[in-house]
Design a protein around this ligand. Sequence first.
Ligand SMILES: Cc1ncc(COP(=O)(O)O)c(C=O)c1O
Length: 432
Amino acid sequence: MGLFADRAGRIDSENAFKVGPYIRAVEAQGHDVVRCNLGEPDFPIPSFIKEEVKRQIDLDNTHYCDPQGIPSLRTAIARQISETRGVPADPERIVVFPGAKPPIGFCQQTYCDSGDEVVYPSPGFPIYESFIPYVGARPVPVHLKEENAFSLSGAELAPCLSDKTKLIFLNFPSNPTGGVASPEQLQELADVIRSRCRDDVRVFSDEVYEHIVFDGYRHHSILACPGMERNTILVGGASKSFSWTGGRIGWALFPTREEAEVFKNLNINYFSCTAAYNQEGVRLGLESPETPAAIRAMVDTFRLRRDLVVDGLNAIPGIRCLKPKGTFYVFPNVEGICRNLGIFDAFASLPPESRQSTSPSTLLQMFLLFVHFVATMDRKSFGRIGAEPYHYLRLSIATETEALKKGVARIAAAAKDREGFRRFFEKGEHLY
Ligand SMILES: Cc1ncc(COP(=O)(O)O)c(C=O)c1O
């Protein structure tokens, strides 16, 4: 009998949280690192939300509160969902969590028994894949393709579905690719889900980036497809829309009140409740007439940065980068750089057990960080299973514009630095 239960070794992680110590180590040697690794907007919370949170604390709204989420916030969320998705949303079917992340694992614990299948996008938010072995379910990644702008068609999803499918994760706009889906595509996905899956399949529609879209694109949800309200768990949050990752407020609308009760009880067991003063701040964020302008200012900045970074990356030999329609990430194909720098050969020369824990894009990520001082994320940080043939990096543009210019210039220099990569690899440090 060991110290840890078996399941403790079956959960993965989110590498974005692991890069921080590496960055600090590089900075401790006197280098300034351009941080293109961050998954959070680099803006303050809109000031009217800040004021409301302060006011709520002054009102001593600092005690335990409704574990399902305070009724005024659930009402505001229900109204926002009904207005934007065109389907009725009952506040009693909504549960508020400390962020949009907890419902990912909670849903797997609640709906999946061992052997049930969980379908999820790859590349995708890593927590979808992370939890699957933990709950003993079977992972079924759907590999999103660059040639389809990292979106997903019914034909691609269909072979992954069966009557064993219990949970399907969808994420548009998508982390890490910025891919979005059109209403026609969502209808196609809905049709294929209906025809191939059990009636009680659940679709976890992660829409945390719903407000961060560009070029006149409007966000669409599978919840709006006829009949899908019976299967869809719609998930949203304040982290991205209100630039408030530290406030830890997210939510889910469940198909039934009965399900909401189960998740409310999980909240009771794990957290008791989430901070009422922050919930009031989010409530104001959802209701205030000042909100659209605040979000637009942030999104306009992201759009300018996206254009700058995508154009800059595409000018570098060995990189090919699509212009994403949403989120604050770009996801360049770096296969050409890996070839030009000799990274594939270096990777192939590693012993088999070392190859298991790294990848060509990981070697590039580490080379960029430790030699050229740009922090990025490798492909396998967004789903490991079946990722071997794919060579991408995720760059966050939630970093000040001047720093981004510097970052692109450093990547351009790195792309030519074959000798530098050889020395870095031979040193043998930070290859994972
Ligand atoms: C797709 C996706 N879902 C959920 C989350 C979790 O967000 P939160 O901060 O609300 O827990 C993130 C955060 O990066 C994300 O990218």
